[in-house]
Design a protein around this ligand. Structure first.
Ligand code: IPE
Ligand code: IPE
Ligand code: MG
Length: 233
């Protein structure tokens, strides 16, 4: 049995920042800060492996239910991250995109995101996609509304796919969730049709290059059949 090739797209549900902080008697925000460092390690590791696209679930449409000070801290961190690390990523050729409804985000965060997307628009490196105020159901609804507005009488899978935030981009080959939880929490519901799921027990702030090696090893051993009876290679 030959192994799967390098995945084109890996998507991460970054979970467990709060538990990481709690274990150390620190505020949840300290966990998110370490979570940003983990994201940086994961971006570097995936780029090194030749992955074409990485997606990070940073804030869900349901996360507005959290305490306001945690929400404020998260969006302040996103703005800071865009102005610092994302700038570096742009300088080294990475492409940056955001998926989700950015309209309700603080103006400072939206401006920082827009500046980065603009600065990276001619880059050709790995795509770093950050999901902010993202929900899979919300994305599907928006896509359906766009199709309805175009006035067509019928719709097919390709047309609807093109109306998703990820239109024209590959679906995730792997969806990784940290911290032992085994659910999607409204993440990439449309794109997950044939994704391989990898659930890791490590909390997100503990993710590093070794975790990515383990994820890729696990992926290599999977038999992706797509409804057929045997491996197609
Ligand atoms: C994930 O960590 C980060 C975000 C949702 C922004 P959590 O904050 O959900 O951490 P736990 O699940 O409480 O440990
Ligand atoms: C999922 O994590 C959302 C993000 C990682 C941004 P949550 O911690 O919000 O998910 P639930 O509430 O445990 O399902
Ligand atoms: Mg959580």
């Amino acid at each position: 049995m030959s192994a799967n090739a390098t995945p084109r797209h890996i998507a991460f549900i970054m979970d467990g920042n709060g538990r990481w902080a709690k274990k150390r008697f620190l505020p949840r925000k300290a966990g998110h800060r370490q979570g940003v460092k983990a994201l940086e390690r994961v971006v570097d590791a995936c780029e090194k492996k030749g992955v074409e696209m990485v997606t990070f679930y940073a804030f869900s449409t349901e996360n507005w239910a959290r305490p306001q000070d945690e929400i404020d801290a998260l969006f302040a961190m996103v703005a800071e991250f865009a102005d610092t690390r994302l700038k570096e990523y742009v300088a080294r050729g990475l492409r940056i995109m955001f998926m989700g409804d950015l309209a309700p985000l603080p103006q400072k965060t939206r401006d920082a995101c827009a500046r980065i997307v603009q600065a990276a628009k001619d880059n050709e490196g790995m795509i770093v996609n950050i999901a902010l105020n993202y929900g899979g159901r919300d994305e599907i609804l928006r896509a359906v509304r766009r199709v309805l507005q175009s006035g067509v009488k019928d719709v097919d899978v390709e047309t609807l796919s093109d109306c998703m935030y990820t239109g024209g981009l590959p679906d995730p080959d792997i969806i990784v969730r940290s911290s032992g939880e085994k659910r999607l929490s409204n993440f990439m519901l449309w794109q997950a049709a044939y994704s391989e799921f990898v659930f890791r027990d490590e909390l997100w702030p503990d993710f590093d290059e070794k975790t990515i090696d383990a994820v890729l090893e696990e992926y290599a051993s999977r038999d992706r059949r797509y409804g057929s009876v045997k491996r197609l290679d």
